[in-house]
Design a binder for this molecule. Structure first.
Ligand SMILES: C[S@@+](CC[C@H](N)C(=O)[O-])C[C@H]1O[C@@H](n2cnc3c(N)ncnc32)[C@H](O)[C@@H]1O
Length: 244
């Protein structure tokens, strides 16, 4: 286990390496196609972090919820509140869309978080979960430098059916899922810089020895070919449901 502060205590690092990209904009457009929000409706992001996604919603009210103050400090100008998914600081039946993006795997009590999602939605409102797929975990390029990445993330990112049944058990009668692919092509130099700052929460779960060894190897390869591209796909799942 890493001894350095967790990624979410180092929010400027998160913000630097996770800017809003065109693929994120496409994901948000898809979210609104599947989960339409009426003009002036309330959109709540659970585990909103720096608020980079919430900032993109127009013509509606937004609220971000997250327990990490350093992350919330990055969400300047947005309406955000400190809180956890398992006890949302929101009235029942108040939200038109409640979503979590790359956050549900962090929630310690997922069943309670799903029940809270259901509670805060008004009838007709939608819940949406964006998460990485098992295919993504298997093909993620950093697996080549950090051997335990695959097993750590396989446990954190189960197949979409698991997220679907979580929502079904929370009271959503019909749950749908689809896959969404975003191509990425970082250079070795970019990857070495990002890994040097432990830009993913997976680094919070690996040993210091594994981290140091993998980073040294990656830095050596990046020094030899800084502009070499590492092509891969971010394989996302969108799981969504309507509250009846
Ligand atoms: C990978 S970040 C994602 C942030 C944002 N959704 C985005 O896509 O940039 C995960 C976020 O989940 C938050 N988080 C962790 N545990 C949580 C909990 N129990 N309830 C709500 N948010 C939580 C973390 O503080 C962090 O900001």
């Amino acid at each position: 286990m890493s001894s350095s502060p967790s990624l979410f205590e180092r929010a400027p690092v998160y913000a630097r390496y996770r800017p809003l990209r065109s693929g994120d904009r496409r994901r948000l457009r898809l979210t609104l196609e599947r989960c339409p929000v009426p003009a002036g409706g309330l959109v709540v992001e659970i585990g909103c972090g720096t608020g980079r996604l919430l900032r993109e919603f127009r013509g509606c009210r937004t609220l971000g919820v997250d327990p990490a103050l350093p992350m919330l400090r990055q969400a300047r100008g947005l309406r955000v509140v400190r809180g956890v998914a398992e006890a949302l600081p929101l009235k029942s039946g108040s939200a038109d869309l409640a979503f979590a993006s790359l956050a549900f795997h962090h929630f310690p009590d997922k069943a309670l978080a799903a029940a809270e999602l259901h509670r805060v939605l008004r009838p007709g409102g939608h819940a949406a979960i964006w998460t990485a797929t098992p295919e993504h975990v298997q093909t993620f390029p950093l697996n080549a430098w950090f051997p335990s990445f695959r097993a750590i993330d396989a446990a954190r990112f189960p197949p979409p059916e698991r997220w679907m049944s979580l929502l079904a058990r929370a009271g959503f009668p019909r749950v749908a899922a689809e896959q969404f692919r975003v191509r990425r092509s970082p250079t070795l130099a970019w990857l070495a810089g990002a890994v040097g700052e432990r830009y993913l929460s997976t680094f919070d779960h690996i040993s210091e020895a594994e981290y140091r060894a993998g980073l040294r190897r990656l830095e050596r390869e990046a020094a030899a070919a800084p502009g070499r591209r590492v092509d891969y796909s971010m394989e996302w799942s969108l799981i969504w449901a309507r509250r009846y």
